[in-house]
Each structure stands twice: as structure tokens, then as C-alpha cells.
Design a protein around this ligand. Structure first.
Ligand code: HEC
Length: 125
């Protein structure tokens, strides 16, 4: 009886976690490092994985659904940072298309990381 209850509880927890993992990760794991706004931001460790998850499917490599706006290399990503469209689009600033297109706005923590990278000079680190 006890084992059965434990199994049911575990299944429920797993179900709950998996059902909201992708869009609520930093609310579920505030200090786990998945999106920890206090860690140092580098292009390779923080920014590329974020862009891979949310942007490169449309803008990267040979993807054709990014309106002809390329991302996916340091050169393209830095150019987007420098011309202001990266920050403008992810913060849903007027005059910019809202990105990531068709998805929820990035979390404040994720946007904060991008801002840190831009403010730090959008280095290739
Ligand atoms: C589902 C496909 C898709 C995804 C995902 C996507 N984009 Fe876009 N993006 C587009 C398209 C298409 C355009 C062309 C403008 C438009 O149609 O809104 C665009 C335009 C842009 C622009 C130019 C906006 C402007 O007004 O000048 C920027 C910058 C941009 N995307 C950045 C990003 C970033 C950063 C991400 C990830 C956080 C992202 N996009 C995710 C499809 C996408």
C-alpha cells in the first residue's frame, strides 16, 4: 500500500515536472543554474544554447523561416546585438518584430542574460 502510494506520487510529480519544464524552468528551479541571472555570461556557455533553443530553428544555418535574417554564427549574432534588433525584438519593443516568433516571450532571467552579454561588448567568449 505504501509502495503503491509512493509510486503514484512519483508519477504525479514526474508528470507535473515534465508538463511545465520547458517554459517555467527558472520558476521551478530558481537557483539551480538552469537560468541563474547571477552567473557570468559567456557567448558559448549561455547565449548559444539559448539561441539554439529559441532562435536558430528559424534563423540558423540553412533555415528558411527566419525572414532572411541570419543567426547561428558569432558574426551574425554579434551584428544583431550591435544594431539593437536583438534586444529590441526579445523585449517586444515597438517597431521590432516580437521574438521568438510564435512562442512565449523569453523569461526576465533569459532576457537579462542576453542583456549582460550585449552590455559586456557581445564578446566571442
Ligand atoms: C518561428 C520562427 C522564428 C523564431 C523561432 C525566431 N524568429 Fe526571429 N524572425 C522570424 C521571421 C519570419 C522574421 C522576419 C520578420 C517577421 O516576419 O516578423 C524574424 C525577424 C527577426 C528579427 C528582426 C526584427 C526586426 O523587427 O528588425 C530579429 C532581430 C530576430 N528575428 C531575432 C530572433 C531571436 C533573437 C530569436 C530567438 C530568441 C528569434 N528571432 C526566433 C522568425 C523567427
Amino acid at each position: 500500500m505504501k509502495i503503491k502510494f509512493t509510486l503514484i506520487s512519483i508519477s504525479l510529480i514526474l508528470f507535473f515536472l515534465s508538463s511545465c519544464y520547458y517554459d517555467k524552468e527558472d520558476e521551478l528551479y530558481p537557483a539551480s543554474g538552469i537560468c541563474d541571472a547571477t552567473v557570468a555570461v559567456t557567448y558559448s556557455a549561455q547565449i548559444v544554447p539559448l539561441f539554439q533553443q529559441y532562435c536558430y530553428s528559424c534563423h540558423g544555418g540553412n533555415a528558411s523561416s527566419g525572414g532572411g535574417i541570419p543567426m547561428g554564427t558569432y558574426t551574425t549574432d554579434k551584428a544583431m546585438a550591435l544594431n539593437g534588433s536583438l534586444y529590441g525584438s526579445i523585449t517586444h519593443t515597438s517597431n521590432f518584430s516580437t521574438m521568438p516568433k510564435g512562442m512565449n516571450k523569453l523569461t526576465a532571467c533569459q532576457i537579462g542574460k542576453v542583456k549582460k552579454w550585449i552590455d559586456g561588448g557581445s564578446l566571442n567568449n
